[in-house]
Design a protein around this ligand. Structure first.
Ligand code: F6R
Length: 242
């Protein structure tokens, strides 16, 4: 595990963007696993800057997002479809056929859609670089703390802590969807490289519990300690309890 503690959010975003850029520069048709949330916004902004300067080409890059709420239309401002358009897809030359986000369609067809999503990752040759944030409860993607974790992409009930944490993006807590679709631990752990970003004091307990040398499904990010090529880029506040 390569742990990089940086000064602040700006430095975390810059180093994160550098690592993603290197992956794309080394392999034009790199397969990226993408995360949403507040954490990677600054990193995406820097990737867009690099693209505008002509330093990055997304033409052959393939992307798979980690997760999506169930029940929000793709054009809902808080959907992850919309987030990705706003932060990255609308600003770079990614080919829309190379973009996949787990579906948010009705529960009935969801199981099949999840299976197809996993097949698509497999057909793409797996993920070269998986980006991750971390929840205040140690979740990765929407794999919430539980006695067992699922390997495949699946429907999940969001944990109370996640609903509370994400309510900052909605008018009220009641508006936060209760369900989501998430990539499972299988595709995440099968990624060639993993890059986890975290910033802020509120992430310090989750960071401590995840990278303390113990592994537990009750802290899903702790499983990353078993991966061979994980880079953790965190700011001083997130690292304060290590
Ligand atoms: C988002 C995702 C989540 C977030 C996590 C942290 O696609 O998979 O695991 O990375 O909830 O969210 P922020 O960055 O908003 O603190």
């Amino acid at each position: 595990m390569d742990l990089q503690v940086v000064g602040d959010y700006r430095e975390m975003s810059e180093l994160g963007a550098k690592i993603v850029s290197e992956t794309i520069q080394e392999k034009k048709n790199a397969v990226l696993g993408l995360a949403t949330g507040s954490t990677p916004e600054g990193m995406y902004a820097r990737l867009v800057e690099k693209y505008r300067r002509g330093d990055l080409d997304f033409k052959s890059v393939v992307t798979f997002n980690l997760d999506e709420y169930v029940g929000l239309a793709p054009d809902h401002p808080q959907s992850y479809h919309y987030y990705m358009k706003r932060n990255l897809f609308d600003h770079v030359n990614l080919d829309p056929v190379n973009i996949s986000i787990p579906t948010s369609s009705s529960d009935e067809t969801l199981e099949e859609a999840c299976r197809q999503f996993d097949k698509k990752i497999e057909h793409a040759g797996g993920i070269d670089l998986q980006l991750l944030g971390i929840g205040v409860n140690g979740h990765i993607g929407f794999n919430e703390p539980a006695p067992y974790l699922k390997t495949a992409t699946h429907l999940v009930e969001l944990a109370q802590e996640t609903i509370e944490a994400n309510s900052r993006f909605f008018q009220s807590k009641e508006e936060v969807p209760r369900k989501a679709v998430t990539m499972g631990l299988g595709s995440i752990m099968a990624a060639d490289k993993i890059l986890l970003l975290a910033n802020g004091k509120n992430k310090a307990p989750a960071v401590r519990d995840s990278f303390s040398g113990l592994v537990s499904t009750e802290t899903p990010a702790s499983l990353l300690q078993l991966h061979r090529k994980v880079t953790i880029v965190i700011d001083r506040e997130a690292a304060s309890l290590l």
